[in-house]
Design a protein around this ligand. Structure first.
Ligand code: FAD
Ligand code: NAD
Length: 479
């Protein structure tokens, strides 16, 4: 006997749980399967993002930011405190509580939407049958008209630096240290390297980040990457570009050998986080007699409607090509559900916000100046520094800028790039503007509340036509 559903979703991360909820809203009878167990051995839907990614990392970024403010900024505001004490155990417990509350919320949403949740490993078989092996090794077979694969991704491992869970760890290990490492090495100056590096540097670790590429944040606009490099360096993050790690050995310490422009180098650390990207979980998703088409890197191939090569089998989220971001997966989860229901739905891949939650925050949407040059698109630009914004000055958060790129002929906003206070929220204004095809003039003619950080976006838009108010006029841009 097998249980029959309209839709089965394999994976309850942001892509999978959102797909399941949207399918239920559309009237489908839905099951969602997830194999993740928390540290107490309990099923914990929410995927990488809620359990070991977006949420715990942001909890530690917030806590470590408070700690650093108390240490370095309170005195400037006339607030003196006695001896500052770091209670890392409480900080980590708080992080876990935030995670538990949110993953518990997903279980409640499943119940409220009458989605059957199966804790265990799902394997797709012929004719859309799905076998679930639960955590006690019991097998159940489910059947569905449609199957959505949303099994996500896992950290990439370097062959010469296998994870040992103690000294050489992935991002999950790097979120769970029970003491602050004195010397922390990180391989990879990508998003995880910068976020986790910031957490432990703020809490007192000496952090060195080894990055193979010569360019820092190559996908960011060059002006923003330059500011980020300067500001993170001033905070004490030692980012070494052009570093090719050759070997990693462990005994009492972690010894890392690498080469750079100067020759062979050696470093010793107490802990090493390897953050060199993630791989899709596409192996072992299907029984051996099903040939699911993947690309060379293991990403499941889909068409514009998230259809795989298998009949009525779809894939979304980190499992398919594209930026590995929770919000991108969530949008795909909604879109695939609507397409299964016969509705029109599409994701705007040209307007995906990317945020790096360092301090200050880095965020962008659309094309960078370099990408526009490479594509031969004529553009105009405007920018405005947070140092000339009243609210930023009141907050003592004056580092950074917002830069706008607009089409030289139509004035349509092609890209918005920012580094500064509150940029994870400010970028949403740019995403909305671009979603409605706004021109820089549309935003220049919009009223923003004073005094707010968002006036920096307004001024950057005004600056496209050389009419920013709170800065000296640029000679090149007289209106
Ligand atoms: P996942 O979240 O990976 O979920 C897949 C789920 O499927 C997992 O629970 C997995 O255990 C389960 N699964 C796999 N195979 C099976 C199977 N056969 N049967 C049953 N279950 C299975 N993104 C952002 O947008 N913002 C951030 O701030 C951010 N921060 C991050 C910080 C860190 C440290 C990390 C590691 C990632 C971060 N990300 C962030 C990326 C984000 O977590 C992923 O893009 C997102 O989780 C992908 O969602 P998904 O649903 O595709 O897959
Ligand atoms: P990443 O792709 O952002 O960065 C990996 C970095 O490692 C790159 O700069 C790469 O050049 C470098 N690298 C690769 N191999 C190397 C080697 N052998 N030696 C030295 N450097 C090497 O990947 P990540 O930081 O691991 O993050 C994984 C994914 O998780 C990303 O796709 C990201 O989008 C997502 N994520 C997003 C957020 C966010 O949205 N704020 C936060 C964390 C993670």
């Amino acid at each position: 006997m097998s249980e029959q559903y309209d839709v089965i979703v394999i994976g309850a991360g942001p892509a999978g749980y959102v797909a399941a909820i949207r399918c239920a809203q559309l009237g489908f009878n839905v099951a969602c399967i997830d194999d993740y167990l928390d540290e107490q051995g309990q099923p914990s839907p929410g995927g990488t993002c809620l359990n070991i990614g977006c949420i715990p990392s942001k909890a530690l970024l917030e806590s470590s930011h408070h700690y650093q403010q108390a240490e370095k900024q309170f005195a400037e505001h006339g607030i003196r405190i006695g001896q500052l004490v770091l209670d890392l155990a409480t900080m980590q417990n708080r992080k876990q509580k935030v995670v538990r509350d949110l993953t518990g919320g997903i279980q409640s949403l499943f119940k409220a939407n009458q989605i059957a949740f199966y804790a265990g490993r799902g394997t797709l078989k012929q004719n859309n049958r799905v076998e679930v092996i639960d955590h006690d090794n019991n097998s159940t077979t489910l059947n569905a008209e449609h199957v959505i694969l949303a099994s996500g991704s896992r950290p990439a491992e370097l062959p010469f630096a296998p994870f040992d869970g103690k000294q050489v760890v992935d991002s999950t290990g790097g979120l769970a240290f029970d003491s602050v490492p004195q010397r922390l090495g990180i391989i990879g100056a990508g998003v995880i390297g910068l976020e986790l590096g910031s957490v432990w540097q703020r809490l007192g670790a000496e952090v060195i980040v080894l990055e193979a590429q010569e360019r820092f944040l190559p996908d960011a606009d060059p002006a923003i990457a330059k500011q980020a490099s300067k500001l993170l360096g001033q905070q004490g993050l030692d980012i070494r570009l052009g570093s090719n790690v050759e070997s990693v050995n462990t005994d009492k310490t972690v010894q890392v050998a690498y080469t750079d422009g100067q020759g062979s180098q050696h470093l010793e650390f107490d802990k090493l986080i390897v953050a060199v990207g993630r791989r899709p979980n596409s192996e072992a998703l299907c029984a051996g007699d099903l040939a699911l088409t993947t690309d060379q890197r293991g990403f499941v191939q889909v068409d514009d409607h998230y259809r795989t090569n298998l009949d009525r089998v779809y894939a979304v989220g980190d499992l398919i090509p594209g930026p590995m971001l929770a919000h991108k997966g969530m949008e795909e989860g909604m879109a695939v559900a609507e397409q299964i229901a016969g509705q029109f739905a599409e994701v705007d891949y040209d307007n995906i916000p990317l945020v790096i939650y360092t301090h200050p925050e880095i965020a962008w949407t659309g094309r960078s100046e370099q990408q526009l040059k490479e594509a031969g698109i004529d553009y105009t630009s405007g920018q405005f520094p947070f140092s000339a914004n009243g609210r930023a000055r009141a907050a003592g958060e004056t580092d950074g800028l917002i830069k706008v790129l607009a089409d030289a002929h139509t004035d349509r906003v092609l890209g918005v790039h920012m580094i500064g206070p509150g940029c994870s929220e400010l970028i949403g204004q740019a995403v909305i503007a671009r979603a409605f095809g706004a021109s820089s003039e549309d935003l220049a003619l919009t009223m923003f509340a004073h005094p707010t950080l968002s006036e920096t976006l307004h001024e950057a838009m005004l600056d496209v036509a050389g009419r920013a108010i709170h800065r000296a006029p640029s000679r090149k841009k007289r209106p």
